[in-house]
Ligand binder design. Structure first.
Ligand code: HEC
Length: 116
């Protein structure tokens, strides 16, 4: 909890200083909300080795692309699927354990991939 709070404060501090010094993000760079941003960072660390997690096709292709998953499942069924793969893996995918909070962040990130 404490570490999480600290990282939230850090994120806010970084955000503020970016506002103060850097140029504003261009119109093409839409800002993600904090949960989606954490989900994206988590996916980058833990999933991107096997899945293409973003909107481009340049990533790993051992598993299905995340943007395809966001089309195949709705939020509820995706959450169930996360619990299953987290605990048991699926097919060629080994179990990759993550917490409920991390799963929620992932879902927030997945929702940003929808309809694109
Ligand atoms: C070691 C490689 C590897 C890693 C790391 C990995 N995956 Fe996978 N994943 C796969 C493969 C391969 C499949 C396809 C499994 C199959 O159908 O045989 C898969 C399938 C899935 C599916 C099921 C898709 C479906 O059609 O139901 C989900 C959901 C999923 N991965 C989520 C994740 C998430 C979330 C992470 C990160 C926390 C992750 N994966 C990390 C290899 C990986």
């Amino acid at each position: 909890m404490r570490a999480r709070l600290a990282s939230t404060i850090l994120a806010i501090a970084v955000g503020l200083s970016a506002c103060a010094t850097g140029p504003a993000p261009g119109p093409g760079k839409s800002r993600l909300d904090p949960a989606a941003e954490r989900g994206q960072a988590f996916a980058q660390r833990r999933c991107a080795g096997c899945h293409t997690i973003g909107l481009d096709d340049g990533g790993a292709s051992e598993g299905p692309r995340f943007r395809d998953l966001s089309r195949r499942y709705n939020a509820l069924s995706l959450q169930k699927r996360f619990v299953e793969v987290s605990q048991h893996g699926t097919g060629m995918m080994p179990p990759v354990t993550f917490s409920t909070a991390e799963a929620e962040d992932l879902l927030a990130y997945f929702s940003t991939l929808e309809g694109r």
